[in-house]
Design a protein around this ligand. Sequence first.
Ligand SMILES: Cc1cc2nc3c(=O)[nH]c(=O)nc-3n(C[C@H](O)[C@H](O)[C@H](O)COP(=O)(O)OP(=O)(O)OC[C@H]3O[C@@H](n4cnc5c(N)ncnc54)[C@H](O)[C@@H]3O)c2cc1C
Length: 393
Amino acid sequence: MNARWAVGCDGLHSPTRELSGIGFEGHDILKPWPVFDATLENWTDTYEATFVYFGAHPTIFTAIPGHRWRVYLRPSSDESDLVEDASAALRVYAPTASFVDVDNPTRFHCHTKIATSYRSGAVFLAGDAAHLCSPAQGHGMNCGLQDAFNLAWKLALVHNGDADPAMLDSYEAERRPAAGLVARSGDEFEHSLTMTDPADCLARDQAIAAMIADPKARQHEIVAETELNVDYSSSPIVFGDRNDGITAGYRIPDTIFVQPSGKLPCRLVELTQRPYHTLLLLAGPGVLGSVLVDLDEALQKFAADSPLFEALFTLAAQSNSPAPIGQLGSIEANLLGVKAITLLAVRPDGYVGLRSDKNHLQALKRYRTVILEGTRETSSVAGNSTLPGPESL
Ligand SMILES: Cc1cc2nc3c(=O)[nH]c(=O)nc-3n(C[C@H](O)[C@H](O)[C@H](O)COP(=O)(O)OP(=O)(O)OC[C@H]3O[C@@H](n4cnc5c(N)ncnc54)[C@H](O)[C@@H]3O)c2cc1C
């Protein structure tokens, strides 16, 4: 059987990458990261945190299901007893706790590397085949999963003959910088773990304490750790009006609750979890219901003729809206930066591809052209000087 496309998700030594002649650039991480799973007897602290113990032999405990821990450590020597090394770090902070039911202590040699290209013709790379980073921040698998989400919907559209293959170049444009970000962050974390100069260590500890004490900085750190801060706003297939609430290229937040017309209340993000795009037509307080109904109708008609869009939800921050308009709280509208009428085109991977605050139908037509035809329309959205163009398509 001949395959039309191949996606190499074949890990560190990726035969797909090698056979495609794609380079893998970066460096080895000099010391190994051993790992084992264990239960902690006499553990009195929470299971809802990751514990990072700095010191001569840095040790990290991450909670896994069943009140067990995955323990990462820098060993004291090439042949050392890994459980004893981790126990030495543990005794400093939790003297009565000890490891039991230890599984599979193994030394891993790690690398910071990124493929020179994510695509060679009909062959793509994803996951560890495309990027490697320090395991100390737990980014590797998460980054690979987002590769798959990013590529799958694009490949499906192209494979079905609905979109031009040029659109597939956006996979590398969006995902390679994301891998660069976690690779750099991993290297910085490695550096902070291996500091020995007392003044450097003090400055590091003070910086961490200051970050934890500041709610905004702490939130930023959490969002970065979970890779929810990935930004595709410079992607060639993402564009629209800028806004501090939500702008094109960012993930739709999962903290906004809405009441869609004829449905149970749910999180906004749940409306967008589908194989094709979702359109969200959102209105702030004071928008006339009849204006929204007309726009909803025009957008429904346009979307029905396109293989790109699967669903449209219209939500307004006002009570007593006529069907098909659902409810968006005014606090939620404010959080999303919705003042008058905003149209969001949300991609199957959860990212906003288009934000339009005016001339909504024209903006959507242009978005469809960019995604499906891989071309740029000659006229920009009328009167919309803030709309950055997808120059590279
Ligand atoms: C010590 C350590 C700790 C880590 N901790 C975390 C963490 O806490 N969080 C996190 O997100 N990530 C972590 N990672 C990274 C994570 O494990 C990897 O990023 C992830 O497993 C990569 O998944 P993958 O599917 O891309 O590659 P892999 O898991 O390597 O899978 C590749 C698959 O391809 C198969 N394959 C290879 N060649 C062929 C072939 N020729 N034909 C058919 N099949 C083939 C292999 O058998 C394998 O099953 C850690 C990594 C290490 C080393």
